[in-house]
Design a protein around this ligand. Structure first.
Ligand code: SAH
Ligand code: TYD
Ligand code: ZN
Length: 408
C-alpha cells in the first residue's frame, strides 16, 4: 500500500508516487566548519485522488525556508529580467488601464517585476517575507511590505490601500501549502473585475522532461490546469485563462477571476484536452516518471564516475535550489564535482546543503576551465552557454541531465 496524506487543497487522499528519502532544505547553504545541525525532512510526492493536485507529502515550516538570509535573487538572469519587464508591460496595457490602478505582487523578491511599474508611477505593493531580498527591492524605490501574504495581511492591505486590480505571483504560489488562507485573502483583496495571475512550473513539463529537480522543499505544489481549475472553483473563483511560458523549464501562467466575472478563454479547454491526451494523472504515467528519475540517476552517476576514473575534472554551473535534489538524491559528492560556480553573493564561499560541495564565484569557472561543466541551471541554458562560449571553444563540454543525460 502506498503512503497517503490529506490533500492540502480539498482534504482528499493524496497517494504517494515517489520518495526521494531524507533531503536537506534546497536553499540552506552551509558555512564551512558549521555543518552540524542541518535540517532534513522526508521528501516524497503524491497526487490527490480527488482533485489531482500533486503535492509534497510533508510540509516544511515556512520560517525555515523564507527568512532574513533567503539567498535566491530573481534578478540573476537577464532572460528573467526581460521576461518580467514584458510581464509588467502586459499588465500596463491590459489590466492597469483604469484611473488609479493598484497591483499587489506576493513573492516580489528583489523587485524584478515591480521595478518597471514603480518607475511608471503605478500604485503597487510587494509582499515579501524574506527580509534581505525585500530590502533590495525597497532600495530600488519599490513599496514592499515585509510579511507573508496570507488572509490576515491581505485583509490589512485591502483596508489600507483598497482592492487590487491585479494580484500577481511568480514562482511563489506553488511554494505555499496553506492555500485556504491565500484564497480567502485573494477573495477579499481582489476587485470585483480584478485578476489573480500566477505562474509556476508545469507538472506536464516536469513529467515529460523528467525534471525531477523541480521537486524540493520550497515547491510544495506541482500545478496543472485540471488541479488549478478545481482549486479555484473551491474558493468561489474561476480559472479564465492559461498560457504556457518558456521560462524555468516550462511554466503555465494561470489567470483567475471571481466566478462568473469574466468569460473563460478557449485556451483552458485546449490545455485540459492536452493533459488528458498525455494521461497526465494516470498511475502508469506517475510510475513511469519514477522509473525515469532512477534511470537519470544511474546514467548521471555512471558518467561522473567514468569521467573521474579517466582523470577528468567536473565543475558544477549554478548552485540552484533544484541542484540540491539532483545532488543529494543521486549522491554526488565533492570528489565527483570539485565546486559549483554561481553569481549569487550570498551563496559564494558556502557549501551546498547536505552534500557540502563548495560554491565559488562565477570567475572561478575559467581558472582554469574544467573538462566538463555540469549545468545545474539548465533552465538558463541558452543564456549561460552564450555567455560561456569560450568554454566550449577551449574544448570544454556541458553535461545535461534533463530531459536525458547527455554531453554536448
Ligand atoms: N517572484 C520571484 C521570486 C520567486 S522566489 C521570481 O519569480 O523570480 C519565491 C519568493 O516567494 C521568495 O522571495 C519568498 O521569500 C517568497 N514567499 C514565500 N512565501 C510567501 C508568502 N506567503 N507570501 C509572499 N511571499 C512569499
Ligand atoms: P534558478 O534556476 O533561477 O532557480 P532555483 O534556485 O530556484 O533552482 O537559479 C539560477 C542559479 O544560477 C542562481 O543561483 C544564479 C545562478 N546563475 C549563474 O551563476 N550564472 C548565470 O548566468 C545565471 C543565469 C544564473
Ligand atoms: Zn485534493
Amino acid at each position: 500500500m502506498p503512503d497517503t496524506a490529506q490533500c492540502r487543497v480539498c482534504s482528499g487522499t493524496v497517494e504517494e508516487f515517489f520518495d526521494f528519502g531524507r533531503q536537506p532544505l534546497a536553499d540552506a547553504f552551509v558555512t564551512p566548519g558549521q555543518t552540524d545541525g542541518e535540517f532534513f525532512y522526508r521528501m516524497a510526492v503524491g497526487m490527490c485522488q480527488s482533485c489531482t493536485m500533486v503535492q509534497l507529502m510533508e510540509e516544511v515550516p515556512r520560517q525555515r525556508m523564507f527568512h532574513e538570509d533567503y539567498p535566491y535573487l530573481s534578478s540573476g538572469s537577464s532572460v528573467m529580467r526581460t521576461h518580467f519587464e514584458k510581464t509588467a508591460e502586459h499588465f500596463l496595457n491590459t489590466e492597469l488601464t483604469g484611473p488609479d490602478p493598484f497591483i499587489v505582487e506576493f513573492g516580489s523578491n528583489d523587485g524584478i517585476m515591480l521595478k518597471s511599474l514603480a518607475d511608471r508611477g503605478i500604485r503597487h505593493l510587494g509582499v515579501e517575507p524574506s527580509g534581505g531580498v525585500a530590502d533590495m527591492a525597497a532600495a530600488k524605490g519599490i513599496r514592499v511590505r515585509k510579511s507573508f501574504f496570507e488572509e490576515s495581511s491581505a485583509l490589512e492591505i485591502a483596508a489600507s490601500d483598497g482592492q487590487a486590480d491585479v494580484i500577481y505571483a511568480a514562482n511563489t504560489f506553488s511554494h505555499i501549502a496553506y492555500v485556504d488562507s491565500i484564497f480567502r485573502g485573494v477573495k477579499a483583496l481582489l476587485a470585483p473585475n480584478g485578476v489573480f495571475v500566477f505562474e509556476d512550473p508545469y507538472f506536464l513539463e516536469i513529467v515529460e522532461r523528467t525534471s525531477f529537480d523541480q521537486i524540493y522543499d520550497e515547491h510544495f505544489y506541482f500545478f496543472a490546469v485540471r488541479s488549478v481549475q478545481a482549486m479555484a472553483a473551491q474558493y468561489g473563483l474561476e480559472l479564465v485563462h492559461v498560457e504556457r511560458l518558456p521560462v524555468h523549464g516550462g511554466e503555465v501562467r494561470y489567470t483567475v477571476a471571481h466566478a462568473g466575472a469574466r468569460p473563460v478563454s478557449p485556451a483552458v479547454g485546449e490545455l485540459l484536452t492536452e493533459e488528458d491526451a498525455r494521461r497526465l494523472t494516470d498511475p502508469g504515467t506517475l510510475q513511469g516518471f519514477g522509473a525515469s528519475v532512477n534511470k537519470t540517476r544511474e546514467q548521471l552517476m555512471g558518467l561522473l564516475q567514468d569521467i573521474r576514473a579517466q582523470g577528468g575534472r567536473v565543475v558544477g554551473y549554478g548552485a540552484t535550489a533544484k541542484s540540491a535534489t539532483v545532488i543529494n538524491y543521486c549522491g554526488i559528492t565533492p570528489e565527483l564535482v570539485d565546486f559549483i560556480c554561481d553569481t549569487t553573493p550570498a551563496k559564494q564561499g558556502k557549501l551546498t546543503p547536505g552534500s557540502h560541495i563548495p560554491v565559488r564565484d562565477a570567475k572561478a569557472f575559467a581558472e582554469p576551465y574544467p573538462d566538463y561543466a555540469l549545468l545545474f541551471a539548465w533552465n538558463h541554458a541558452d543564456e549561460i552557454m552564450a555567455k560561456e562560449r569560450d568554454f566550449r571553444m577551449a574544448g570544454g563540454r556541458w553535461i545535461l541531465y534533463t530531459p536525458e543525460v547527455k554531453v554536448v
